[in-house]
Design a protein around this ligand. Structure first.
Ligand SMILES: [Zn+2]
Length: 455
């Protein structure tokens, strides 16, 4: 069966990032895509009110969206989270905070009635609802039935549209298209899927990714008017999808979030520590001036260097969300920050320590090294996820080699991190050996380049 994709834009209201919204609108117009827009009738979300000046033209814009046949949906009432719980709430338990779930029916009815009145005042009769933070409960359903003509909730985990509690539910995917594409088993089960975008929060690369997605999938993207509402029952496939999204993905996120804490915990026990070292030991590399070939034309990229916090901030002027506050302290130790810029984006970065460092403890093993003065120690490299696998890491390393010209460079990678190790080899680094508790050959290899290791 042909897949159907809907585009949903959240958080349209008088307090929004006008330029980002109009940029997104021009992309949608270019491809003739009609999205569903979630309008907040009486915004009281403090984050927005303090961030954006009120847009006097907002409801005129809504009028033009209406003329373009965009679906104007009611996205809550105030978007103010009145309830924050420890557990995820409601019948669509995505988040633990909510404007609706767990709120008394009377209060919910008042919100819905007031919201509808604001829409009606602007000559709009919404037929679709979705709640802020995706969270609502059966009282929300009752309030919608009693105080509005809305019979469609555009927010659920399911394989297709279904009918339940006297409402139609249209499915939404909480993951981005690039992730869902990889989960083929799941993707094939989703007949109607909605990708949700928050224009206020989009950054430069999101717009490029958005346009690429739209142009590649244009034939599958439908308008809300194209949906067919059959009274299908909520079934096994839907339950399975809800289970995977709500429970499995949450569990995965929880483990991922707490993984480093868990690793620290096991490192407290010597037996477990040996085990940990065995599985995550380091491979050490040196660069002594051998030249490698750049993987692409380097006129496309710029090496950015920061030796203080101000110049670091300047590097991320276009992408402030990538700023890592803890790095402010790192500059105190005369460390140097390097980044590779491609267009407006920083794609990869890393650090170097230029002082002869004495006996610092390396991150992966129980090993201390003392580095001689003519050597730079390179560390904490990272390529942003969306830019991986394109040769930026070796390019950055090679530009750092040029930067330091006559110095010896010293770096490690996790022994099992094959992509990082490949990058090092590509950029002319030579492997000295891998750390094992019993390894003496590594010690000797390090001694040859003047690095003293104790373990
Ligand atoms: Zn929202």
């Amino acid at each position: 069966m042909k897949e159907s994709i809907l585009i949903r834009l959240d958080d349209a209201c008088e307090f929004m990032d006008v330029s980002k919204w109009s940029r997104l609108e021009s992309i949608l117009d270019k491809y003739g895509v009609k999205p569903v827009v979630g309008i907040v009738p009486q915004p009281q979300d403090e984050e927005w009110i303090h961030k954006y000046p009120p847009d006097e033209q907002f409801w005129q814009k809504v009028e033009t969206w209406k003329e373009k046949k965009w679906e104007l949906a009611m996205h809550g009432f105030s978007h103010h989270y009145s309830l924050k719980k420890r557990r995820r709430v409601g019948i669509n338990p995505v988040n633990s905070y909510t404007e609706f779930a767990g709120i008394a029916l009377n209060c919910q009815k008042e919100k819905i009635a007031k919201g509808i009145a604001i829409f009606n005042d602007k000559d709009i009769e919404p037929r679709v609802f979705f709640a802020p933070a995706h969270t609502f409960d059966l009282n929300t359903v009752s309030a919608l039935r009693e105080c509005s003509n809305i019979r469609i909730i555009h927010d659920t985990y399911a394989s297709d549209i279904y009918h339940r509690y006297g409402m139609f539910f249209v499915p939404v995917i909480p993951l981005g298209p690039h992730i869902i594409d990889k989960i083929r088993w799941m993707n094939s089960r989703l007949l109607t899927k909605t990708f949700v975008y928050h224009p206020n929060m989009m950054v430069e690369r999101d717009f490029a990714a958005f346009e690429a997605f739209i142009s590649m999938n244009r034939e599958h993207i439908i308008a809300f008017d194209d949906l067919v509402f059959r009274p299908r029952k909520y079934g096994f496939n839907d339950k399975l999808i809800k289970f995977i999204y709500c429970d499995m993905i949450w569990l995965y996120g929880f483990i991922k979030k707490n993984f480093s804490a868990f690793k620290q915990f096991i490192k407290h026990f010597s037996v477990l520590r040996s085990l940990h070292n065995y599985f995550s030991y380091a491979a050490w590399y040196v660069w002594n001036g051998s030249e490698a070939v750049f993987p692409f034309d380097i006129s496309d990229v710029t090496l950015r260097v920061a030796t203080d916090w101000e110049s670091y901030l300047d590097i991320y002027a276009n992408e402030p969300e990538k700023i890592e506050k803890q790095y402010q302290e790192w500059f105190a130790g005369q460390n140097v920050f390097f980044a590779l810029q491609h267009g407006d984006d920083i794609v990869t970065y890393g650090w170097s320590s230029t002082l002869g460092c004495k006996g610092f403890r390396v991150g992966l093993d129980d090993m201390r090294v003392t580095i001689p003065e003519n050597t730079c120690y390179l560390y904490n490299f990272n390529t942003y996820h969306e830019w991986r696998g394109r040769g930026y890491y070796p390019t950055l390393l090679m530009l750092i080699q040029r930067y330091y010209a006559n110095k010896q460079l010293f770096i490690y990678a996790r022994a099992k991190n094959t992509s990082s190790r490949k990058g090092l080899t590509k950029s002319g680094f030579e492997c000295l050996g891998e750390y094992r508790s019993s390894s003496v050959t590594l010690k000797a290899a390090l001694a040859k380049i003047g690095v003293k290791a104790v373990y």
